[in-house]
Design a protein around this ligand. Structure first.
Ligand code: ATP
Ligand code: MG
Ligand code: FE
Length: 336
């Protein structure tokens, strides 16, 4: 089964051709980062317009580099939520047009299901059930993947997502957008124990997360330094902040693995490419004899190969979307 997959939920215009859910024949990503950098974050209206300019080109390139044509494709998969409504609509309209013109089945995909499914691509042995920590720009979910397309959410963030916290702290220390990769890099030169930032726990919900207090603690620390006329070590702040996030993420994930008796764990989403998080999880899993799964960095951040993987399993489970498929900006995981 060949799936042509399309992703346009945020600021990446992406298309991929994926065979049987796990073999990526092409994975084309046109990023708008340079464009949004000027504004310190994604500007929705600019994102939508850029998607319209790029999408045909990206799809043609995906087909060409996979050395296939639309005649070879069995179904079209597309992200229909969550994300920016104008951005999502570009991909959804494009997918519907191709589906209608070529009489191909259409499969709407949940963006976070895509992030989780990125793990299937390089790990042919990974099959549900397994727990997965999803850490992206807009989500921080600890979920149990009970089966393909079937998710149970154990915990989620009460306020900021992990990636959002990285981006906000990066902006506060003057690193610019997108902050995650920049903090990751700078933290390698800093002392992670220099500043005792808080590790946040939610009283009655052990699997939930909260990162806004940590973000405030960083801002307060920076203001305090400025008022006292002390110079701030950007690298120490980056490293200490990152450690506070990574510790809580690792602790919660390991708690779930143990409580539910799993011998494997996966991570997903843009923050899953963070080198400190990967190392911390790797160590914790090794100590506890847990198999650790994680996608390559390029499959962690937004891409269409992951949407193709998710679409394949939805497709073989019988999921079909109609030509009335619409963008759903706040779509919940496990809903259709
Ligand atoms: P969502 O998937 O929740 O809709 P999104 O698609 O915008 O949000 P992703 O593309 O999955 O998010 O990930 C982008 C986020 O990942 C950004 O917040 C970015 O700062 C963060 N990120 C990317 N690389 C790293 C890294 N190496 N370390 C930490 N954070 C990172
Ligand atoms: Mg992005
Ligand atoms: Fe994403």
């Amino acid at each position: 089964i060949l799936i042509l997959a399309i992703e346009s939920s945020c600021d990446e215009t992406a298309a991929a051709v994926v065979k049987n859910g796990r073999e990526v024949l092409s994975n084309i990503i046109s990023s708008q980062i340079e464009l949004h950098k000027l504004y310190g974050g994604v500007v929705p209206e600019i994102a939508s317009r850029k998607h319209i300019e790029k999408i045909n080109q990206v799809i043609e390139e995906a087909l060409r580099s996979a050395q296939v044509t639309l005649d070879d494709v069995d179904a079209v998969g597309v992200t229909y939520g969550p994300g920016l409504v104008g951005a999502l609509l570009v991909g959804v309209a494009e997918a519907k047009a191709i589906s209608y013109a070529r009489n191909l089945p259409l499969v709407g995909v949940h963006h976070i299901e895509g992030h989780i499914s990125a793990n299937y691509i390089e790990n042919r042995d990974l099959e549900p059930p397994f727990p997965c920590l999803v850490v992206s720009g807009g989500h921080t979910h600890l979920v149990i993947v009970e089966d393909y397309g079937k998710y149970r959410i154990l915990g989620r963030t009460r306020d900021d997502a992990a990636g959002e916290a990285f981006d906000k702290v990066a902006r506060a220390i003057g690193l610019g957008y997108p902050g995650g990769p920049k903090i990751d890099k700078l933290a390698k030169e800093g002392n992670a124990d220099a500043i005792p930032f808080p590790r946040a726990h939610v009283a009655d919900a052990p699997y939930d997360f909260s990162f806004s207090g940590l973000k405030s603690a960083v801002l307060n620390y920076l203001n305090g330094c400025r008022m006292r006329g002390e110079t701030v070590s950007q690298a120490d702040v980056a490293a200490s902040f990152q450690k506070a996030v990574v510790e809580v993420l690792t602790e919660h994930a390991m708690m779930a693995v143990k409580e539910y008796g799993f011998d494997k764990l996966a991570i997903a989403g843009g923050v899953a490419s963070n080198s400190a998080l990967r190392e911390s999880m790797r160590q914790a899993c090794e100590q506890n004899h847990i198999r650790f799964y994680y996608p390559s960095p390029i499959l962690c951040t937004d891409n269409a190969a992951m949407i193709g993987a998710a679409a394949y399993y939805e497709y073989i489970n019988g999921t079909r979307s109609g030509l009335d498929l619409n963008a759903v900006p706040n779509l919940k995981l496990g809903e259709r």
